[in-house]
Unconditional design. Structure first.
Length: 83
């Protein structure tokens, strides 16, 4: 059976969606946030459920670049709490 994969924006490896955290841009709050139930519409980015990938993305603000929004440090602490 075909299993869809998504690419982690930090390590660029393809993984199963359940191994990744989806981040979407909340246009109401104008900030990116983890999309825990994967129901948010619009632009999304994926990152491994791995502290190494989160740290790597945090240093370069990879997710914000991917979502074309301003840097948000809170996003990374929210993701760390999800691990
Ligand atoms: Zn990764």
């Amino acid at each position: 059976m075909y299993t869809p994969t998504r690419m982690c924006v930090a390590c660029r490896e393809h993984r199963k969606p359940q191994d990744l955290i989806r981040i979407s841009y909340n246009s109401e709050l104008q900030k990116p946030e983890p999309d825990s139930d994967r129901k948010a519409m619009g632009r999304g980015a994926y990152i491994c459920r791995d502290i190494k990938c989160i740290e790597r993305a945090k240093k370069k603000h990879v997710i914000e670049k991917h979502l074309k929004c301003s840097p948000c440090d809170l996003l990374y602490s929210e993701m760390e709490e999800m691990l």
